[in-house]
Design a protein around this ligand. Structure first.
Ligand SMILES: C[S@@+](CC[C@H](N)C(=O)[O-])C[C@H]1O[C@@H](n2cnc3c(N)ncnc32)[C@H](O)[C@@H]1O
Ligand code: SF4
Length: 466
């Protein structure tokens, strides 16, 4: 993909002009479009379809949502439960076992191969060593983890030592993302997450020593009391540890939606100018250090498998972000977890009580979801292509979906005219290419193809793109 070789361009004027609120497109349609008319029965029927039709079956991706954290980080927008009571995770694990057995019972017995697994949270390492062993053993009772799979876990370094990292490797994990956010002490106090550099780097060193193939670091810009100078120091320290990947998330301040964010004073948030300075600085430093921009907050070393997959046109995007594995069916376990089978998405209930009650009745805990229309499936594929490859090759969509791209997307192409004139993208005969200044705004470009968003403008429920 030759158009990917030019480095990312940070153009402040363009960012200011095209910076609008938007979703992150880890799914299309986005989860806020899921409805209760798609329920456990509908999800079960889709699993039955996979059981009855072995053609094109691919190994699964499994996601486990482990929601517990022992302390609260004020900025956090994840689905989590704050508790110090480990009895709660013991009970949760018992029910994850029930859900694993229930979902597995709906599959063909030999349809159990897995090539991707992720433990996300909350804080997966809230679990004791014994509990982690048990969860992986339960998983392996029902599924066969293939040897060269991508097995990843989110790690909060404040809760993890060398022995735990060794155990994770022994259990089969080979990818890790480490939450750092910012090392600036003023920021750490303002977000209620005081975390030492040594403990963070010790986890990364231990992961390398234990044979982890890829280590990723999460940072956030736009946090309270953050400054370009402070973030500069954080970036220097993090880059010295040379992670394989970096996620630089934009802090989404939505206190109406996420209660703990009310503990963050709006006055402490960096002003828009400072935020942009922080972002520009991060892009400069990462580019100078040789990282490539994968898309949507993610950077990777050129020799990392994500960058290689992007160059080869094999990159994918799912609920966990970017992935090198083809578009698998994803079975998900635990509260709020979202599964994807064929052309449907189903999401589990949000509370522990509902989750336990459903499983006690022997019912899948899915409470909402969506069955994609053929037009949704086409748009999902268009948005994936933009987000992963910064390109829309018309012929590929025309062949797969039996459309005339120009005619089907005439209103969208007309709307892209302004972005083309501004230099974000180029419409060529047969394809659209996102240009280096447009890559950082790929979400805004993708939104043009979001039919559901177009249908109900001007809703304004998302965090800012930048
Ligand atoms: C589910 S958290 C899990 C990681 C683990 N519990 C930890 O804290 O290290 C994954 C990442 O989401 C990001 N995140 C959480 N809330 C966010 C927000 N409001 N805006 C942007 N990023 C956020 C953080 O970078 C965090 O490391
Ligand atoms: S950032 Fe991680 S540790 Fe902090 S509250 Fe969110 S999930 Fe828990």
């Amino acid at each position: 993909m030759t158009h990917l070789t030019a480095p990312l361009v940070f153009d402040e004027a363009l960012i200011r002009r095209f910076d609008i609120n938007g979703p992150r497109y880890t799914s299309y349609p986005t989860a806020d479009r899921f409805g209760p008319d798609f329920d456990a029965g509908a999800y079960r029927r889709e699993l039955a379809r996979r059981r009855d039709d072995p053609r094109g079956r691919r190994p699964f991706s499994l996601y486990f949502h482990l929601p517990f954290c022992s302390t609260i980080c004020y900025y956090c927008a994840c689905n989590k439960i704050i508790t110090k009571d480990h009895g709660r995770s013991a009970k949760y694990l018992k029910y994850l076992g029930k859900e694993l057995a229930l979902q597995a019972s709906l599959l063909e017995p030999d349809d159990n191969a897995v090539e991707q697994l992720h433990w996300g949270g909350g804080t997966p390492t809230f679990l004791s060593h014994d509990e982690m062993r048990r969860l992986m053993a339960l998983t392996r009772q029902h599924f066969r983890l293939l040897d060269d799979g991508e097995y990843s876990i989110e790690v909060d370094p404040r809760k993890v030592d060398r022995v735990t990292v060794g155990l994770l490797a022994e259990l089969g994990f080979n990818r890790m993302s480490v939450g750092i956010q910012d090392f600036d002490e003023r920021v750490q106090r303002a977000i209620n997450r005081v975390q030492g550099e040594e403990e963070s780097f010790a986890v990364m060193d231990a992961a390398r020593a234990s044979g982890f193939k890829s280590i990723s670091v999460d940072l956030i810009y736009g946090l309270p009391r953050q400054s370009a100078a402070g973030f500069d120091r954080t970036l220097d320290r993090v880059l010295a540890a040379s992670p394989d990947r970096l996620s630089i998330y934009n802090y989404a301040h939505l206190p109406a939606l996420f209660k703990p964010q009310r503990r963050i004073s709006g006055a402490d948030l960096p002003a828009p100018d400072e935020r942009l300075r922080i972002l520009a600085l991060a892009i400069d430093k990462l580019t100078a250090a040789g990282y490539v921009f994968i898309g949507m907050d993610h950077f990777a070393r050129p020799d990392d498998e994500l960058a290689a997959a992007q160059r080869a046109g094999r990159l994918h995007r799912n609920f966990q972000g970017y992935s090198t594995h083809a578009d698998c069916d994803m079975l998900s376990f635990g509260i709020t977890a979202i599964g994807k089978v064929g052309n449907v998405y189903g999401q589990n209930v949000r509370t522990l009580d509902e989750y336990y009650a459903r499983l006690d009745e022997g019912v899948l805990p899915v409470f909402r979801g969506i069955a994609l229309t053929p037009d949704d499936a086409l748009r999902r594929s268009v948005i994936q292509s933009l987000m992963c490859h910064f390109e829309l090759p018309f012929a590929a969509f025309e062949q797969e979906y039996g459309i005339d791209f120009g005619r089907h997307f005439a209103p969208e192409l007309a709307e892209l005219g302004e972005m083309e004139q501004a230099g974000l993208l180029r419409v060529e005969p047969g394809r659209i290419v996102v240009l280096p200044p447009g890559r950082i705004l790929v979400r805004a470009i993708s939104m043009v193809f979001d039919a559901r968003l177009r249908a109900d403008r001007p809703r304004n429920r998302y965090s800012k793109v930048i």
